[in-house]
Design a protein around this ligand. Structure first.
Ligand code: GLU
Length: 451
């Protein structure tokens, strides 16, 4: 607790006591409270009415059983979660994650981060998150459908386009959203398009939603590089992951003239000094759903694969690093290797991919560091644009949607940059994002009374 203002220490102590065994949630709260010392010094009224304590406590947490029948006729049980964190700015909004590591602490950390991220977008959306410890790997299409239907049989009563609007996250894409939305529509007898985002275009999805998180992170890093009079042009870039966020970061970085030389999945990473061939990566990951080693095998000479237990992708020398896989994937040691190799900017495509030690290493070394809650907000911002299109029964062009996304990312960048300066920490985007997000949510909560 050494970096936390004395007045805020009891708040963290209480969060840790009340949420025992949830290290990721503690980590996310810790990081925000670290930034708030400067806020309460300047504006002590934020200590009134237990505002900060209330922000750290989810408004509602739903945990439920998901029984389903596999292809062999066996009954399987998973656990479902929806944490409705904060609705001061709008309906709860945030994705669903299907991954065996999911537990209430992980969903809570994601919901907490989502609240500030959504506030930073400037759109009218509160924060929430959900998911299940279901592992989609190796499941048939029919199993995925039965699982999604069973999940929604319980969850539907807690959702609504003015109440709680889920979307995708790790393990949840178009297919899963289709099955969940379909079951919701059936149970409610309502075509309520705005109750889910990340839908396919055919039934109310938004153009550019799939690309939005990766594109948005790239726009954010580009804006950050511009503050030092440079750009992606000619830069060497490493993007971890090879899911939706990574693929569309690579696409936009290449568009801006950067060279992405490495990417990864949970089995390991590949290095291609000539620049990752995006069409091949998309074919392997989006169409065939194969492992990343396939990329090296298909490319042959000059391209190599390193298994996850044999090395870290962050040992690959680069100018810009974009961690886009999952939480705590980049350690203090990884950050030190990146700094030693001359990294100048880091943009977090994933949620909380850098450990607290890694963030400290970057900030101490003067590396420009964009935290996920600001840099990856393009996904949820475009979800809000999808809600807007659904509410007006409209459908925008790709260009129009991407233009809005680009403007929103520029706005988030400038807000974080200016806020950091205002609070005496120029260039510290972690502080800027945490403070700007907090102030927006806390001001609204204050006006809404003690609820
Ligand atoms: N799961 C994404 C995130 O972490 C998107 C959420 C959404 O679109 O609601 O922000």
């Amino acid at each position: 607790m050494k970096n936390i203002d004395e007045k805020l220490q009891p708040i963290l102590a209480q969060v840790i006591r009340r949420n025992a065994g949830e290290p990721e949630f503690h980590q996310a709260v810790h990081e925000v409270l670290e930034s708030l010392g400067r806020v309460v010094a300047k504006q002590p009224h934020f200590l009134d009415q237990a505002l900060i304590e209330r922000i750290c406590e989810p408004e509602r947490q739903i945990i439920f059983r998901i029984p389903w029948v596999d292809d062999h006729g066996h009954v399987q049980i998973n656990r479902g979660f929806r944490v409705q964190f904060n609705s001061a700015l709008g309906p709860y909004k945030g994705g669903m994650r299907f991954h065996p590591s999911v537990n209430v602490g992980i969903i809570k950390f994601l919901g907490f981060e989502q609240t500030f991220k959504n506030a930073l977008t400037g759109m009218p959306i509160g924060g929430g998150k959900g998911g299940s410890d279901f592992d989609p790997k190796g499941k048939s299409d029919a199993e995925i459908m039965r699982f999604c239907q069973s999940l929604m049989t319980e969850l539907h009563r807690h959702l609504g386009d003015q109440t709680d609007v889920p979307a995708g996250d790790i393990g949840v894409g178009r297919r899963e959203i289709g099955y969940m939305f379909g079951q919701y529509k059936r149970l409610n007898n309502r075509f309520e398009a705005g109750v889910f985002t990340g839908k396919a275009l055919a039934y109310g999805g938004s153009r550019a939603r799939t690309e939005a998180t990766g594109y948005g992170n790239t726009y954010f890093v580009q804006a950050m590089l511009q503050t030092r009079g440079t750009s992606f042009d000619g830069k060497k870039v490493v993007v971890s992951g090879s899911g939706n966020v990574a693929i569309y970061s690579i696409e936009k970085v290449q568009f801006f003239g950067g060279k992405v030389i490495a990417c990864s999945d949970s089995t390991g990473y590949v290095v291609d000094e000539n620049g990752i061939e995006l069409a091949l990566l998309k074919d392997i990951k989006e169409v065939r759903r194969e492992r990343i080693s396939e990329y090296a095998r298909r490319k042959g000479a000059g391209v190599y694969f390193i298994a996850a237990d044999k090395g870290s992708i962050w040992d690959v020398a680069c100018d810009v690093a974009m961690p886009s896989a999952t939480q705590n994937e980049l350690s203090g040691k990884d950050a030190a290797a990146l700094v030693k190799n001359g990294v100048m900017a880091v943009g977090e495509g994933a949620n909380m991919p850098s450990t607290p030690e890694a963030i400290r290493v970057f900030l101490d070394a003067g590396v420009m560091f964009a935290p996920g809650k600001a840099a990856n907000a393009g996904g949820v911002a475009t979800s809000a644009l999808e809600m807007q299109q659904n509410a007006s029964r409209d459908s925008w062009t790709f260009e129009q949607t991407e233009m809005r996304l680009a403007a929103i990312m520029r706005g988030i960048h400038d807000t974080c940059h200016q806020t950091a300066e205002e609070y005496g920490a120029p260039g510290n985007y972690v502080l800027g994002a945490n403070i700007a997000g907090f102030v927006r949510v806390a001001e609204s909560m204050r006006m809404l009374g003690v609820i």
